[in-house]
Design a protein around this ligand. Structure first.
Ligand code: DC
Length: 219
């Protein structure tokens, strides 16, 4: 079974997906991490992402593996090297929206997402999971939160990877990224018609996990 969680950056999708997965005995898949890994790979190889040809060539040699053996996180491996923390850098965060708007990148990532989850119970989180990747999923959730809350959460994320950045700048970046992700032509960030909306602005992580859990339990 697949449960989808979509929504913009900083609404708590990954933490919620992780906790919910452990509560239900499911695995979770962070699809944003996959677009970040592709972005990191392109940066490492100085790929000209405006050239469709170059992007396709590089995608052919992209050796991305997802390791689910750890209990509470996915390890992202590029050519066998753990890049799970490296993909959270500011450089990757700044470049990932543009990379995730490329058709060949989306095709490759969606294929990996479908292949990876085909034999298991998964919570899959991202932007287009309930609308494009798994439109028939039984349970779909769309998380939202106000900009102040989201910026504070992102601030903490950057601290983890030792990058200092001003909260107001983060807020502006979030606004720009939402605008870009929601208005792109391919698989834009959008709430599925049948998704349940959860506002996480004033919620603890446990609150938001429980709200989702109750919906699943009730049905
Ligand atoms: O959730 P995140 O911030 O790690 O996502 C990184 C980027 O990837 C974000 O700009 C949107 C994009 N993304 C996407 O286009 N489709 C997804 N399913 C997941 C993420």
């Amino acid at each position: 079974m697949i449960i989808t969680i979509d929504g913009p950056a900083g609404v708590g999708k990954t933490t919620t997906a992780k906790k919910l997965a452990s509560k239900l005995g499911y695995q979770y898949l962070d699809t944003g991490a996959m677009y970040r890994a592709a972005t990191y790979f392109f940066i490492q190889h100085a790929t000209d992402t405006s050239s469709e040809n170059q992007v396709k060539k590089m995608l052919d040699i992209l050796n991305l593996k997802l390791d689910f053996t750890s209990n509470d996180s996915i390890t992202i491996l590029l050519d066998g090297k753990d890049i799970s923390l490296l993909i959270r850098s500011k450089a990757v965060t700044d470049a990932v929206s543009k990379v995730s708007a490329l058709e060949s990148v989306r095709e490759k990532m969606v294929k990996i997402q479908k292949d990876t989850t085909k034999n298991g119970n998964f919570i899959v989180e991202g932007r287009d999971i309930g609308t494009v990747v798994f439109p028939d999923a039984k349970y779909k959730f769309f998380l939202v939160a106000d900009y102040d809350t989201r910026a504070k959460r992102r601030f903490k994320d950057f601290k983890i990877v030792n990058e200092e950045i001003n909260v107001n700048k983060i807020k502006q970046d979030l606004t720009d990224r939402d605008q870009y992700d929601s208005s792109r032509k391919l698989s834009p960030l959008k709430q599925a018609k049948d998704a349940i909306v959860i506002d996480t602005s004033n919620c603890t992580i446990d609150d938001q996990v429980n709200q989702i859990y109750k919906h699943i339990e009730r049905n």
